[in-house]
Design a protein around this ligand. Structure first.
Ligand code: ATP
Length: 361
């Protein structure tokens, strides 16, 4: 039920063992990802993890030291950017200030020598796709940030490329507009079905937009999976701590006689898990936990602060030297320094190797 015929069969995009160093810094390490035809893949990670470099290698704006980029049946590794059938959308919009909206959208077609009649139709189509059909005669300076980004998107759409490459396209927009454009992007992806690689450091964008998320840290792919998979079954401490707001709660401790022990905390660990590692980190999510009366939970804690956020109240607790978050209903009464206890279903807890970070259970 795709609304628009993109004129293109969606293409597979394969990154094969890509490596890139700048001087002594190895910023992309052996990166391999297969993006399915029509898939929306989000490259997610903190600043400096190598995601933009990865995207620029796909676009051909950066040359990999080794590895291949394959688009559809074509190895494009050594092909110039302009001959790769990809359209890039930048955070900065990169519009031509002296061209109107229509001329900006038209530009990629004009340089390709497409006929005037065909171009007019295509520009209208693309502009309508991003709800800019009434502003075709404006100049970029007469547009809001959100409208400028729409023009940048339309300019990518109009080319009907085999793949969209987007580098933090929403990060210059204010929070409200960002949320709105996120929904627009999702809708656009649904209608066009174009293979997309989208770079962001915003895990909410990743969760809401992606078919699959590729989480990177220091140049290394940490996990590749659906938003649900990486949230519910994080491969390691890095992924667990990066996905989710607030981040997953962690308690440092050790395993002894099939129990997780920490300062003031002692919880059973199913023997069949066969965990031999001594130093571990236990994790659980704020929304899986509950605050109960002292002695009635898994361990006691003290209320440090509580923040009503509107839909829920985020309560910060202290256990020993560690601080934990629990999401409570919005009418939760704030009582500083109150003695409480924390409860959560034990099967909602995670255990990680404290040294390697790998999830054990
Ligand atoms: P951000 O979200 O801040 O853009 P990123 O995850 O996209 O971060 P990259 O932009 O890919 O990360 O950068 C990865 C590392 O490579 C950084 O340490 C950066 O300083 C370095 N780097 C990027 N481009 C160059 C370059 N042209 N020359 C030297 N170092 C570079």
């Amino acid at each position: 039920d795709r609304g628009i015929d993109t004129g293109h069969q969606a293409q597979r995009l394969s990154l094969r063992s890509l490596n890139k160093s700048f001087g002594a810094v190895h910023v992309v390490k052996d990166l391999s990802i297969d993006v399915a035809p029509g898939e929306f893949l989000v490259l997610l990670g903190p600043s400096g993890c190598g995601k933009t470099t990865g995207l620029r290698i796909i676009a051909g704006l950066e040359t990999a030291d080794s590895g291949q980029v394959v688009l559809g049946d074509t190895d494009v590794t050594n092909i110039l950017p302009k001959y790769r059938d990809v359209a890039m959308v930048f955070q900065s919009y990169a519009l031509y200030p002296h061209k109107t909206v229509a001329e900006n959208i038209d530009f990629p077609l004009k340089v390709r020598g497409v006929s005037k009649q065909e171009r007019e139709l295509a520009v209208r189509d693309a502009a309508a796709q991003v709800h800019m059909e009434d502003l075709l005669d404006r100049y970029p300076r007469q547009l809001s940030g959100g409208q400028r980004q729409r023009v940048a998107l339309a300019r990518a759409i109009v080319r009907r490329p085999s793949a969209f490459l987007m580098d933090e396209p929403l990060s210059n927009l204010d929070a409200k507009l960002r949320g709105f454009m996120r929904a627009e992007l999702k809708r656009m992806q649904h209608q066009l079905g174009v293979t997309t690689v989208y770079v962001t450091h915003d895990q909410v964008e990743a969760m809401t937009l992606a078919h699959r998320v590729a989480i990177m840290d220091r140049g290394v792919l940490q996990q590749l999976g659906t938003p649900r998979e990486v949230y519910d079954r994080p491969a390691n401490l890095f992924v667990a701590g990066f996905m989710g707001s607030p981040p997953m709660n962690f308690l440092r401790g050790w395993i002894e006689n099939n129990r997780f022990e920490s300062h003031g905390v002692s919880l059973p660990v199913a023997a069949e898990k066969g965990i031999m590692t001594k130093d571990v980190v236990m994790g659980f999510r704020a929304e899986d936990a509950d605050i109960v009366k002292p002695g009635a939970g898994l361990f006691d804690a003290t209320v440090y602060a509580a923040e009503p956020t509107g839909d829920v109240t985020l309560v910060t607790l202290v256990v020993g030297k560690e601080s934990l978050s629990v999401k409570m209903p919005r009418d939760y009464d704030i009582d500083f320094d109150k003695a409480v206890a924390v409860h959560f279903p034990l099967d909602r807890g995670f255990l990680f190797d404290a040294h390697s970070g790998v999830r054990l259970a």
